[in-house]
Design a protein. Structure first.
Length: 464
């Protein structure tokens, strides 16, 4: 694939670092998606938008695939070079360019780690709410490419709600700005929001201007234990019907908590033997007395169900422990077994039926599942555990079970992914949600931006 002419042109780009050694290629050939590995043929590490433009011009001329690589924390295989080619590592775009205190905005390179950005703006009393579980290692650019969410998306929204403007490079090397650094923009097509969630298939994003909020100064965190998993899901909708809007409302079934407690040292959380699920509920604001009063009223909603004693976190340390338990579940599952993670989302009221249906499907196909997620958004992560399943069961039966899970999700008014994206591992399920004409419309958009199909090929579309 990589001809001498192509390599010569690429290596002649001033100050562009190129790597072809096996160790580097393997390193950039995987993310957090199962145990998949698709090394690119070459890795390049640009540091300027002009270098990105030059790489894409050469790739277009030679029709070489280009896969944009960020923090490699994805769970859908979105950054995997399934057709080889160029691995375009964006790790050197790691500068926060400006924190605009007058307009409550931040302009940042796309390789800034999400938690680093959150901490930087917090020092100025500002708040970037998007907080995926991998916030300590994922990049802002990857969050934009996947339209990442997180626990606080419930109250504050997901990545798309904070992106005002993007600098991006098209497949032919053209550098564009997609919008304006304004809160309102009704000028032509909304290219900014088109690129958000496009999974690297339309352009390479190099800089972003993001909206910020004032930082809430107070919060209350409570862990609510339920004896019945379905009741925990039912209670989610009841919270909103009662007029409450928590900043976070997370669901964890018993196995998820048990595995997290085994995985993380020094988590002092006691779970009664008859408890089968928990809701982790956070309220935030600036008046602690008001939040405590609201929390007491919220308890009356939960007391209508079969619950154990509600735990109120009484210190910053205890709050951190509870959040660490929740955010460690994915790692704990991965440490215990080979698994597949599906990212279902349904209207909140349908959560109990979704959870019960997943367990029925698991019993039908002989697999165990561990479920947890952002219940307030109706977003349930389903970890299918391989355990003692044979290779034939894993390769042939499990896809049938996943198909039925997605068919159920769509039948309940939901869709295939809430925040992980489609990428490589979910693309064959897209026809469950979208008819041919809908997929053709998406393909048409892709063709306008990338007529040679070089940007992140093999993703999103079932025939890619």
């Amino acid at each position: 694939m990589l001809t001498d002419s192509f390599l010569s042109e690429l290596q002649n780009i001033p100050n562009l670092d190129c790597y072809r050694d096996t160790e580097t290629l393997l390193h950039y050939g995987h993310d957090e998606t199962e145990d998949l590995s698709f090394p690119p043929h070459i890795v390049v590490k640009p540091a300027t938008v002009e270098q990105v433009s030059a790489v894409l011009k050469i790739a277009t001329q030679h029709k070489i695939p280009v896969v944009t690589i960020g923090g490699r924390t994805g769970l859908s295989g979105g950054a995997l070079a399934v057709h080889g080619g160029i691995g375009l590592s964006m790790e050197r775009f790691n500068q926060i360019h400006e924190i605009d205190l007058k307009n409550l905005q931040v302009t940042t390179g796309t390789a800034v780690v999400t938690q680093t950005l959150r901490d930087a703006v917090a020092q100025h009393g500002l708040f970037y709410p998007v907080d995926p579980s991998s916030q300590g290692s994922c990049f802002i650019g990857g969050n934009i490419a996947e339209n990442a969410g997180g626990a606080r998306a419930l109250k504050y929204g997901v990545t798309k709600d904070y992106v005002l403007n993007l600098q991006a490079v098209l497949a032919n090397g053209t550098i564009i700005e997609t919008g304006a650094n304004t809160l309102k923009n009704a000028t032509g097509y909304n290219l900014t929001q088109l690129l958000v969630g496009s999974e690297g298939t339309l352009a390479v994003i190099t800089r972003a201007t993001l909206k910020l909020l004032p930082l809430p100064t107070q919060n209350v965190l409570m862990l609510v234990p339920f004896r019945n998993e379905a009741e925990a899901c039912e209670a989610v909708s009841a919270v909103f019907r009662a007029g409450f809007v928590p900043s976070a409302l997370e669901f964890m079934e018993r196995d998820a908590i048990d595995w997290a407690l085994q995985f993380v040292d020094n988590l002092n959380v006691v779970v009664a033997p008859d408890v089968n699920a928990h809701l982790l509920v956070e309220l935030d604001g600036n008046n602690l007395d008001q939040l405590l009063e609201e929390a007491e009223k919220l308890c009356s909603v939960f007391e209508a169900y079969d619950i154990d004693d509600i735990l109120f976190a009484d210190s910053t340390e205890q709050k951190n422990q509870l959040w660490k338990m929740r955010r460690s579940i994915a790692e704990a599952v991965k440490a215990n077994s080979v698994y597949k993670e599906e990212d279902t989302v349904v209207p909140r009221y349908a959560l109990p039926e979704l959870l019960q249906g997943i367990k029925r499907i698991g019993a039908k196909y002989g697999f165990k599942s561990v479920c947890y997620g952002h219940a307030g958004d109706g977003n349930l992560h389903v970890n299918i555990i391989r355990g003692a399943l044979s290779e034939q069961q894993w390769q042939e039966d499990i896809p049938k079970g996943i198909t039925e899970i997605f068919e159920l999700t769509v039948a309940l008014g939901g869709t295939l992914s809430g925040e992980h994206g489609i990428g490589y591992v979910q693309k064959n399920y897209m026809p469950i949600k979208f008819p041919t004409h809908h997929l053709d419309l998406m393909r048409g958009i892709k063709n306008v931006f990338d007529p040679n199909g070089i940007l992140n090929p093999g993703k999103i579309f079932p025939d890619a």
